[in-house]
Design a protein around this ligand. Structure first.
Ligand SMILES: [Fe+2]
Length: 220
């Protein structure tokens, strides 16, 4: 895999319109409490949108991991979100990744974490993110010297290395992000390659030695 695909952060333009973002945000905000669950490790609320079966703490469990992927009950309540996934996101993913909404309350950040196991770091492990609400410049990565390296405050649509320790600072606003990960990893294909090549901003951050507390106990 070329380095092109393994940047720490790459802004990508998937052609989502402002109106679609407004409609998706409305749909997500209208979802009932019973489709939300709290993820203790990351410190945020999650809503499953598209996956291969049951979820526990943000991950599929047991035999359900290999289930047929489909929109969840919550996902089916969000028609614009489903259409944007089918028309603008899944076409650059083979296979399409699991789709989850992450919500962090106003004044709340995330715990620093990696979304992979330590042994997977350095492999292609891209995640796609579309920020529907909140300040996009609160995302940061930890560098070799344990400094925070913030992304620029301009890009609400991006892929990022889930194996690089990252977090978001508390925001005055509720942060709502559409998150897509495994089984998509950022593999090369025509559409995705073109998006990365046309990226308005890409950056690579040096890697720190991984601390135990950054690793998700559910992945160990
Ligand atoms: Fe993450």
């Amino acid at each position: 895999m070329s380095d092109l695909h393994n940047d720490t952060f790459s802004a990508i333009d998937i052609g989502v319109t402002e109106q679609e973002k407004i409609d998706m945000l409305d749909e997500v905000r209208d979802l009932p409490p019973n489709v939300h669950h709290f993820n203790d490790f990351r410190g945020c609320t999650m809503i499953s949108i598209y996956n291969g079966g049951g979820l526990l703490g943000g991950r599929e469990t047991g035999s359900k991991r290999d289930g047929v992927f489909d929109f969840s009950a919550g996902g089916k309540m969000c028609p614009t979100l489903m259409r944007v996934c089918r028309e603008k996101i899944f076409p650059f993913m083979n296979p399409p990744g699991r789709v989850t909404i992450l919500k962090t309350a106003p004044g709340t950040g995330l715990n620093v974490h990696i979304d992979t196991t330590e042994s997977e770091i350095g492999n292609l492990h891209q995640k796609y993110r579309l920020v529907l609400n909140g300040n996009v410049g609160k995302l940061y990565f930890i560098d070799r010297d344990y400094n925070r390296v913030y992304v620029p405050p301009h890009y609400d649509s991006y892929s990022m290395d889930g194996g690089h320790p990252h977090s978001i600072d508390p925001d005055e606003e509720e942060k709502i992000t559409l998150c897509i990960g495994v089984p998509w990893h950022g593999a090369s294909n025509k559409i995705y390659d073109k998006m990365i090549k046309n990226s308005a901003f890409r950056m690579t951050v040096s890697r720190p030695k991984i601390l135990d507390e950054w690793q998700d106990p559910a992945l160990k």
